[in-house]
Design a protein around this ligand. Structure first.
Ligand SMILES: C=CC1=C(C)c2cc3[nH]c(cc4nc(cc5[nH]c(cc1n2)c(C)c5CCC(=O)O)C(CCC(=O)O)=C4C)c(C)c3C=C
Ligand SMILES: [Fe+2]
Ligand SMILES: [Fe+2]
Length: 331
Protein backbone atom coordinates (compact mmCIF):
# COMPACT_ATOMS: atom_id res chain seq x y z
CA UNK A 1 0.00 0.00 0.00
CA UNK A 2 1.23 3.49 -0.81
CA UNK A 3 1.67 5.54 2.35
CA UNK A 4 -0.53 8.36 1.04
CA UNK A 5 -3.39 6.02 0.19
CA UNK A 6 -6.26 6.15 2.71
CA UNK A 7 -7.35 2.74 4.12
CA UNK A 8 -10.91 3.49 3.01
CA UNK A 9 -13.30 6.28 2.08
CA UNK A 10 -16.91 6.95 3.00
CA UNK A 11 -19.70 7.75 0.57
CA UNK A 12 -22.27 9.52 2.75
CA UNK A 13 -25.66 9.18 1.07
CA UNK A 14 -29.00 10.87 1.50
CA UNK A 15 -32.09 11.25 -0.66
CA UNK A 16 -31.25 14.55 -2.35
CA UNK A 17 -33.14 17.77 -2.83
CA UNK A 18 -33.94 20.22 -5.66
CA UNK A 19 -31.13 22.59 -6.73
CA UNK A 20 -33.43 25.59 -6.22
CA UNK A 21 -36.91 26.23 -4.79
CA UNK A 22 -38.32 26.78 -8.27
CA UNK A 23 -40.91 24.93 -10.30
CA UNK A 24 -38.30 23.91 -12.91
CA UNK A 25 -35.79 22.57 -10.39
CA UNK A 26 -38.45 20.77 -8.33
CA UNK A 27 -39.83 19.22 -11.51
CA UNK A 28 -36.41 17.86 -12.52
CA UNK A 29 -35.87 16.46 -9.01
CA UNK A 30 -39.30 14.83 -8.77
CA UNK A 31 -38.95 13.35 -12.26
CA UNK A 32 -35.76 11.51 -11.31
CA UNK A 33 -36.99 10.55 -7.83
CA UNK A 34 -40.44 9.32 -8.81
CA UNK A 35 -39.15 7.41 -11.87
CA UNK A 36 -37.19 5.09 -9.55
CA UNK A 37 -39.04 1.73 -9.49
CA UNK A 38 -37.84 1.21 -5.89
CA UNK A 39 -39.82 4.30 -4.90
CA UNK A 40 -42.94 3.86 -7.02
CA UNK A 41 -43.37 0.22 -7.86
CA UNK A 42 -46.39 0.05 -10.18
CA UNK A 43 -46.83 -0.83 -13.85
CA UNK A 44 -44.11 1.15 -15.70
CA UNK A 45 -46.16 2.21 -18.72
CA UNK A 46 -49.15 3.27 -16.64
CA UNK A 47 -46.88 5.11 -14.16
CA UNK A 48 -45.00 6.90 -16.96
CA UNK A 49 -48.35 8.27 -18.20
CA UNK A 50 -49.53 9.34 -14.70
CA UNK A 51 -46.16 10.86 -13.80
CA UNK A 52 -45.60 12.81 -17.01
CA UNK A 53 -49.26 13.51 -17.78
CA UNK A 54 -50.49 14.56 -14.33
CA UNK A 55 -48.04 14.64 -11.41
CA UNK A 56 -45.18 16.55 -13.07
CA UNK A 57 -47.65 19.16 -14.31
CA UNK A 58 -49.39 19.81 -11.00
CA UNK A 59 -47.02 18.97 -8.14
CA UNK A 60 -43.84 20.99 -8.93
CA UNK A 61 -45.54 24.41 -8.63
CA UNK A 62 -47.23 23.44 -5.36
CA UNK A 63 -44.14 21.83 -3.85
CA UNK A 64 -41.81 24.68 -4.99
CA UNK A 65 -43.87 27.04 -2.78
CA UNK A 66 -43.38 24.69 0.17
CA UNK A 67 -39.63 24.59 -0.47
CA UNK A 68 -39.61 28.42 -0.62
CA UNK A 69 -41.16 28.51 2.86
CA UNK A 70 -38.24 26.56 4.40
CA UNK A 71 -35.28 27.43 2.11
CA UNK A 72 -32.24 28.91 3.83
CA UNK A 73 -29.93 31.64 2.56
CA UNK A 74 -27.18 29.01 2.07
CA UNK A 75 -29.52 26.63 0.19
CA UNK A 76 -31.84 23.69 0.78
CA UNK A 77 -31.73 22.71 4.48
CA UNK A 78 -31.09 19.06 3.58
CA UNK A 79 -28.05 20.03 1.48
CA UNK A 80 -26.66 22.55 3.97
CA UNK A 81 -26.94 20.01 6.82
CA UNK A 82 -25.52 17.18 4.69
CA UNK A 83 -22.41 19.28 3.96
CA UNK A 84 -21.96 19.91 7.70
CA UNK A 85 -22.38 16.18 8.39
CA UNK A 86 -19.75 15.37 5.75
CA UNK A 87 -17.22 17.73 7.36
CA UNK A 88 -18.05 16.62 10.91
CA UNK A 89 -17.71 12.92 10.02
CA UNK A 90 -14.34 13.56 8.40
CA UNK A 91 -13.19 15.42 11.54
CA UNK A 92 -14.45 12.64 13.83
CA UNK A 93 -12.63 9.99 11.75
CA UNK A 94 -9.43 12.04 11.80
CA UNK A 95 -9.53 12.48 15.57
CA UNK A 96 -10.19 8.75 16.13
CA UNK A 97 -7.64 7.30 13.67
CA UNK A 98 -5.14 10.12 13.08
CA UNK A 99 -5.75 9.48 9.36
CA UNK A 100 -7.29 11.67 6.70
CA UNK A 101 -10.18 9.42 5.70
CA UNK A 102 -12.06 11.02 2.79
CA UNK A 103 -15.82 11.46 3.18
CA UNK A 104 -17.78 12.41 0.06
CA UNK A 105 -21.43 13.20 -0.34
CA UNK A 106 -23.59 11.39 -2.88
CA UNK A 107 -27.32 11.92 -3.30
CA UNK A 108 -29.68 9.30 -4.71
CA UNK A 109 -31.44 12.01 -6.74
CA UNK A 110 -30.09 15.37 -7.91
CA UNK A 111 -26.62 16.73 -7.18
CA UNK A 112 -24.02 15.83 -5.98
CA UNK A 113 -24.85 12.46 -7.53
CA UNK A 114 -23.70 9.05 -6.31
CA UNK A 115 -21.45 8.97 -9.38
CA UNK A 116 -19.72 12.27 -8.55
CA UNK A 117 -19.19 11.10 -4.95
CA UNK A 118 -17.63 7.82 -6.08
CA UNK A 119 -15.41 9.66 -8.59
CA UNK A 120 -14.24 12.10 -5.92
CA UNK A 121 -13.26 9.17 -3.67
CA UNK A 122 -11.46 7.49 -6.58
CA UNK A 123 -9.53 10.72 -7.25
CA UNK A 124 -8.33 10.64 -3.63
CA UNK A 125 -6.85 7.16 -4.10
CA UNK A 126 -9.65 5.29 -2.31
CA UNK A 127 -9.75 1.56 -3.11
CA UNK A 128 -12.18 0.55 -0.36
CA UNK A 129 -15.54 2.32 -0.23
CA UNK A 130 -17.99 2.25 2.66
CA UNK A 131 -21.43 3.39 1.53
CA UNK A 132 -23.26 4.92 4.47
CA UNK A 133 -26.89 5.78 3.67
CA UNK A 134 -28.31 8.13 6.30
CA UNK A 135 -31.46 6.06 6.76
CA UNK A 136 -31.56 4.50 10.23
CA UNK A 137 -34.45 2.17 9.27
CA UNK A 138 -34.05 -0.05 6.21
CA UNK A 139 -36.62 0.32 3.45
CA UNK A 140 -36.55 -0.97 -0.12
CA UNK A 141 -37.66 2.54 -1.15
CA UNK A 142 -34.50 4.15 0.24
CA UNK A 143 -31.58 1.84 1.10
CA UNK A 144 -32.19 -0.65 -1.73
CA UNK A 145 -32.35 2.22 -4.20
CA UNK A 146 -28.92 3.38 -2.97
CA UNK A 147 -27.54 -0.11 -3.65
CA UNK A 148 -29.17 -0.06 -7.12
CA UNK A 149 -27.75 3.40 -7.79
CA UNK A 150 -24.18 2.52 -6.79
CA UNK A 151 -24.34 -0.75 -8.79
CA UNK A 152 -25.61 1.11 -11.86
CA UNK A 153 -22.73 3.62 -11.65
CA UNK A 154 -20.14 0.84 -11.45
CA UNK A 155 -21.55 -1.00 -14.46
CA UNK A 156 -19.49 1.06 -16.88
CA UNK A 157 -16.18 0.80 -14.94
CA UNK A 158 -13.44 -1.79 -15.43
CA UNK A 159 -11.59 -1.38 -12.12
CA UNK A 160 -14.03 -1.59 -9.22
CA UNK A 161 -13.35 -0.63 -5.60
CA UNK A 162 -14.06 -3.03 -2.74
CA UNK A 163 -17.50 -2.05 -1.49
CA UNK A 164 -19.38 -2.37 1.79
CA UNK A 165 -22.83 -1.02 2.64
CA UNK A 166 -24.36 -0.05 5.94
CA UNK A 167 -27.83 -1.56 5.66
CA UNK A 168 -29.49 0.06 8.70
CA UNK A 169 -28.79 1.23 12.23
CA UNK A 170 -32.30 1.42 13.70
CA UNK A 171 -31.43 -0.38 16.95
CA UNK A 172 -27.83 0.71 17.53
CA UNK A 173 -27.08 1.96 21.01
CA UNK A 174 -25.33 5.17 19.88
CA UNK A 175 -28.22 6.18 17.61
CA UNK A 176 -30.83 5.60 20.34
CA UNK A 177 -28.65 7.44 22.86
CA UNK A 178 -28.24 10.42 20.50
CA UNK A 179 -32.03 10.58 19.99
CA UNK A 180 -32.66 10.32 23.75
CA UNK A 181 -30.13 13.03 24.48
CA UNK A 182 -31.78 15.34 21.95
CA UNK A 183 -35.28 14.76 23.44
CA UNK A 184 -33.97 15.33 26.98
CA UNK A 185 -32.30 18.57 25.93
CA UNK A 186 -35.58 19.67 24.30
CA UNK A 187 -37.48 18.90 27.54
CA UNK A 188 -34.91 20.83 29.57
CA UNK A 189 -35.49 23.89 27.38
CA UNK A 190 -39.25 23.69 26.85
CA UNK A 191 -40.68 21.26 29.42
CA UNK A 192 -42.22 17.86 28.76
CA UNK A 193 -45.54 17.52 26.92
CA UNK A 194 -48.28 14.97 27.60
CA UNK A 195 -47.18 12.79 24.70
CA UNK A 196 -44.10 12.22 22.58
CA UNK A 197 -45.12 11.48 18.99
CA UNK A 198 -42.59 9.56 16.91
CA UNK A 199 -43.49 10.42 13.33
CA UNK A 200 -41.67 8.19 10.82
CA UNK A 201 -41.73 8.71 7.06
CA UNK A 202 -44.38 6.37 5.68
CA UNK A 203 -44.17 3.81 2.87
CA UNK A 204 -46.97 1.96 1.03
CA UNK A 205 -48.35 -0.81 3.28
CA UNK A 206 -47.99 -3.20 0.33
CA UNK A 207 -44.17 -2.89 0.46
CA UNK A 208 -44.20 -4.11 4.06
CA UNK A 209 -46.64 -6.93 3.21
CA UNK A 210 -44.19 -7.98 0.49
CA UNK A 211 -41.24 -8.19 2.90
CA UNK A 212 -39.90 -4.69 3.57
CA UNK A 213 -38.90 -4.72 7.29
CA UNK A 214 -39.33 -0.93 7.54
CA UNK A 215 -42.34 -0.93 9.91
CA UNK A 216 -40.64 -3.38 12.31
CA UNK A 217 -37.51 -1.22 12.28
CA UNK A 218 -39.55 1.91 13.09
CA UNK A 219 -41.32 0.24 16.04
CA UNK A 220 -38.03 -1.18 17.34
CA UNK A 221 -36.43 2.29 17.27
CA UNK A 222 -39.49 3.73 19.00
CA UNK A 223 -39.55 1.08 21.75
CA UNK A 224 -35.84 1.45 22.45
CA UNK A 225 -36.12 5.25 22.60
CA UNK A 226 -39.17 5.09 24.91
CA UNK A 227 -37.26 2.68 27.15
CA UNK A 228 -34.21 4.94 27.21
CA UNK A 229 -36.47 7.89 28.17
CA UNK A 230 -38.36 5.76 30.75
CA UNK A 231 -41.73 6.61 29.15
CA UNK A 232 -44.93 4.73 30.02
CA UNK A 233 -47.05 3.38 27.13
CA UNK A 234 -49.45 6.34 27.41
CA UNK A 235 -46.61 8.81 27.03
CA UNK A 236 -45.51 7.92 23.49
CA UNK A 237 -46.93 6.83 20.16
CA UNK A 238 -45.74 5.98 16.64
CA UNK A 239 -47.29 7.50 13.52
CA UNK A 240 -46.37 7.74 9.82
CA UNK A 241 -46.13 10.94 7.77
CA UNK A 242 -45.69 12.09 4.15
CA UNK A 243 -48.24 9.82 2.46
CA UNK A 244 -48.00 10.01 -1.33
CA UNK A 245 -50.48 8.59 -3.85
CA UNK A 246 -53.75 6.71 -3.55
CA UNK A 247 -52.89 3.30 -2.10
CA UNK A 248 -52.89 2.69 1.69
CA UNK A 249 -49.65 3.62 3.48
CA UNK A 250 -48.53 2.61 6.95
CA UNK A 251 -50.95 3.76 9.64
CA UNK A 252 -51.70 5.57 11.87
CA UNK A 253 -51.20 8.62 9.67
CA UNK A 254 -49.52 11.54 11.42
CA UNK A 255 -52.04 14.17 10.22
CA UNK A 256 -55.07 12.10 11.33
CA UNK A 257 -53.39 11.41 14.68
CA UNK A 258 -52.77 15.13 15.27
CA UNK A 259 -56.43 15.83 14.50
CA UNK A 260 -57.75 13.18 16.87
CA UNK A 261 -55.47 13.61 19.90
CA UNK A 262 -57.01 16.84 21.31
CA UNK A 263 -60.46 15.16 21.31
CA UNK A 264 -58.93 12.37 23.41
CA UNK A 265 -57.67 14.89 25.95
CA UNK A 266 -54.09 15.18 24.70
CA UNK A 267 -53.54 18.92 24.48
CA UNK A 268 -49.75 19.09 24.38
CA UNK A 269 -47.34 17.07 22.24
CA UNK A 270 -43.65 16.87 21.44
CA UNK A 271 -43.01 15.48 17.96
CA UNK A 272 -39.81 13.96 16.59
CA UNK A 273 -39.07 12.35 13.19
CA UNK A 274 -36.43 9.67 13.91
CA UNK A 275 -36.30 8.34 10.30
CA UNK A 276 -34.67 11.55 9.10
CA UNK A 277 -30.97 12.10 9.82
CA UNK A 278 -31.25 15.68 8.61
CA UNK A 279 -34.02 18.26 8.66
CA UNK A 280 -35.68 18.68 5.29
CA UNK A 281 -38.96 19.64 3.65
CA UNK A 282 -40.75 16.72 5.33
CA UNK A 283 -39.77 17.81 8.84
CA UNK A 284 -39.44 21.61 8.58
CA UNK A 285 -42.61 22.15 6.53
CA UNK A 286 -44.85 19.11 6.92
CA UNK A 287 -44.19 18.45 10.61
CA UNK A 288 -42.95 21.71 12.13
CA UNK A 289 -45.34 24.06 10.28
CA UNK A 290 -48.18 21.92 8.87
CA UNK A 291 -48.47 19.56 11.85
CA UNK A 292 -48.66 22.46 14.27
CA UNK A 293 -51.51 24.07 12.30
CA UNK A 294 -53.43 20.78 12.24
CA UNK A 295 -52.98 20.13 15.97
CA UNK A 296 -53.82 23.64 17.18
CA UNK A 297 -56.79 23.86 14.82
CA UNK A 298 -58.12 20.58 16.24
CA UNK A 299 -58.04 22.01 19.78
CA UNK A 300 -54.46 21.25 20.82
CA UNK A 301 -52.75 23.85 22.99
CA UNK A 302 -49.02 23.23 22.73
CA UNK A 303 -47.07 21.63 19.89
CA UNK A 304 -43.29 21.36 19.95
CA UNK A 305 -41.10 19.98 17.22
CA UNK A 306 -37.82 18.27 18.15
CA UNK A 307 -35.28 18.88 15.34
CA UNK A 308 -33.48 16.01 13.62
CA UNK A 309 -30.03 14.96 14.86
CA UNK A 310 -28.35 16.83 11.98
CA UNK A 311 -24.65 17.49 12.78
CA UNK A 312 -25.15 17.10 16.56
CA UNK A 313 -21.94 15.90 18.19
CA UNK A 314 -23.36 12.67 19.67
CA UNK A 315 -24.91 11.82 16.32
CA UNK A 316 -21.70 12.39 14.37
CA UNK A 317 -19.61 10.50 16.96
CA UNK A 318 -22.01 7.56 16.60
CA UNK A 319 -21.77 7.65 12.77
CA UNK A 320 -17.95 7.68 13.01
CA UNK A 321 -18.05 4.60 15.30
CA UNK A 322 -20.45 2.91 12.89
CA UNK A 323 -18.17 3.64 9.93
CA UNK A 324 -15.10 2.34 11.76
CA UNK A 325 -16.91 -0.87 12.75
CA UNK A 326 -17.84 -1.52 9.13
CA UNK A 327 -14.33 -0.68 7.91
CA UNK A 328 -12.62 -3.25 10.14
CA UNK A 329 -9.88 -5.13 8.33
CA UNK A 330 -9.34 -2.42 5.69
CA UNK A 331 -5.86 -1.04 5.88
C1 LIG B 1 -36.64 8.90 5.75
C2 LIG B 1 -36.76 8.07 4.77
C3 LIG B 1 -37.63 8.21 3.60
C4 LIG B 1 -38.46 7.23 3.12
C5 LIG B 1 -38.69 5.83 3.67
C6 LIG B 1 -39.12 7.78 1.95
C7 LIG B 1 -40.04 7.10 1.16
C8 LIG B 1 -40.81 7.70 0.16
N1 LIG B 1 -40.89 9.04 -0.19
C9 LIG B 1 -41.77 9.23 -1.23
C10 LIG B 1 -42.13 10.45 -1.86
C11 LIG B 1 -41.54 11.71 -1.60
N2 LIG B 1 -40.61 12.00 -0.61
C12 LIG B 1 -40.20 13.31 -0.73
C13 LIG B 1 -39.26 13.97 0.04
C14 LIG B 1 -38.40 13.36 0.95
N3 LIG B 1 -38.41 12.04 1.36
C15 LIG B 1 -37.39 11.80 2.24
C16 LIG B 1 -37.09 10.59 2.89
C17 LIG B 1 -37.76 9.37 2.73
N4 LIG B 1 -38.65 9.06 1.76
C18 LIG B 1 -36.69 13.05 2.40
C19 LIG B 1 -35.47 13.23 3.25
C20 LIG B 1 -37.33 14.01 1.63
C21 LIG B 1 -37.04 15.51 1.61
C22 LIG B 1 -36.15 16.03 0.54
C23 LIG B 1 -35.89 17.51 0.69
O1 LIG B 1 -35.58 18.12 -0.35
O2 LIG B 1 -35.96 18.14 1.75
C24 LIG B 1 -40.88 13.90 -1.85
C25 LIG B 1 -40.60 15.29 -2.42
C26 LIG B 1 -41.41 16.37 -1.86
C27 LIG B 1 -42.83 16.21 -2.25
O3 LIG B 1 -43.15 16.29 -3.46
O4 LIG B 1 -43.65 15.96 -1.35
C28 LIG B 1 -41.73 12.93 -2.39
C29 LIG B 1 -42.64 13.03 -3.60
C30 LIG B 1 -42.26 7.93 -1.58
C31 LIG B 1 -43.26 7.67 -2.71
C32 LIG B 1 -41.67 6.99 -0.71
C33 LIG B 1 -41.82 5.52 -0.59
C34 LIG B 1 -42.33 4.72 -1.45
FE1 LIG C 1 -39.96 10.66 0.89
FE1 LIG D 1 -44.08 15.12 1.52
Amino acid sequence: MQTNQPPFGVLLVNLGTPAAPTKTAVRAFLKQFLSDPRVVDVNRVLWWCILNGIILNIRPGKVAKLYQSIWWQEGSPLMVISRKQQQALQNQLLSRTGLDIPVELGMSYGEPSLDSGLKALEAKGVKNVLVLPLYPQYSCSTVASVVDGVAAMLKSRRNLPELRFVRDYHDKKGYIAALAQSVKQHWQQHGQSQKLLLSFHGVPERYVNEGDPYRDHCYKTAELLAQELALTTEQWMVCFQSRFGKEPWLTPYTDETLESLPKQGVKSVDIISPAFAADCLETLEEISIGGKETFLHAGGESYRFVPCLNDDEHHMAFLADLALQHAQGWS
